[in-house]
Write a protein that binds this ligand. Sequence first.
Ligand code: ZN
Length: 138
Amino acid sequence: MPKRIDHVAIIVRNIEQALVFYRETLGIEPSVIKDVPSEQVRIAFLPLGGPAGSEIELIEPTTPDSSLAKFLEKRGEGLHHICLEVENIDATLQEMQAKGAPVLDKEPRLAAEGRAIFVHPKGTSGVLLELLERPSAE
Ligand code: ZN
């Protein structure tokens, strides 16, 4: 069973512009703002609630032809996915496959914060779902 909501990801046209609300108005200080060239995005993490808390992730596509850029073009800014933390991503993947969930990954992919799989919105009542195993603390 998932442990907690790890993050909620919002796709935006421009991170600096989005931060006018999330940082200035709402008052959440980003812990990280960085380019991830391998994913053709720029991301910002806005942490809430300390180490056991969760984060808002802002995602800005940096090239016009990635799947994220196409998503933004088609759907506009808004919710992109939610992410739940799990204990063991390999066991979770097997369980999802055994139960017939529309998993988008054949094996866990390397994400910014650990190893993750994605489940298609058609299996989750309309929201792209990320399941993530964070590396253990030691
Ligand atoms: Zn994510």
